[in-house]
Design a protein around this ligand. Structure first.
Ligand SMILES: *[C@@H]1O[C@H](CO)[C@@H](O)[C@H](O)[C@H]1NC(C)=O
Ligand SMILES: *[C@@H]1O[C@H](CO)[C@@H](O)[C@H](O)[C@H]1NC(C)=O
Length: 168
């Protein structure tokens, strides 16, 4: 994930910040489920961004110049009230399926302000298929990306989404 430090940050104003972050593809339209921990640097940057902006990079396999990867540019909607989180039971089951270790910091009644559910909605999709002479490199229309999962064709890297494949 990449976010940007707020413009009033003491030392790193407006600097980009990138760090690995869990996500899970639990939405039919390719939006991603996130666990939002307010204490994290990414969460702080997102909350300070007027549009809650973030970008998430996804790849098919070990990153290599010849392999496809995609950058999703979009924003994060946080659900501060657990009981108002849309589709809570399904999202939680889906997320845990991808990240069983996350069961220790799931949003819950015991420590209600430690973690929240959130959704990342891409508005732009930049795809690098591999080498430019052989593979497509460029933006992919959002509607094509959002429909890809339903068609099962894997357009724009929707086939790339299973992060659990990459975590030993
Ligand atoms: C994607 O789907 C979710 C429901 O799963 C919906 O809440 C969200 O608004 C959709 N995002 C976009 C960008 O259409
Ligand atoms: C995300 O961006 C869209 C416009 O692309 C905007 O309508 C929406 O309010 C933003 N969401 C948040 C949480 O800022």
């Amino acid at each position: 994930m990449a976010t940007v430090y707020p413009s009033d940050h003491a030392a790193l104003a407006a600097e980009p910040f990138a760090l690995q972050e869990y996500y899970a593809s639990c939405h039919a339209n390719g939006s991603l489920a996130l666990l939002f921990l307010p204490i994290s640097r990414h969460s702080q940057n997102i909350l300070h961004s007027p549009t809650h902006a973030a970008s998430i990079s996804i790849w098919s396999d070990r990153p290599a110049a010849s392999r496809p990867r995609v950058s999703l540019i979009g924003n994060v909607t946080v659900f501060p009230d657990l009981s108002l989180t849309p589709d809570l039971a399904r999202i939680q089951a889906c997320y845990l399926d991808h990240h069983p270790d996350a069961r220790w910091w799931l949003p819950g009644p015991r420590e209600p302000h430690v973690a929240y559910w959130a959704r990342f909605d891409p508005h732009s999709v930049y795809f690098v298929g591999g080498f430019g002479d052989k593979h497509y490199i460029g933006y992919v229309p959002l509607d094509m990306y959002q429909a890809a999962g339903r068609q099962g064709t894997g357009v724009a890297g929707r086939v790339l989404f299973d992060q659990q494949d990459h975590i030993p």
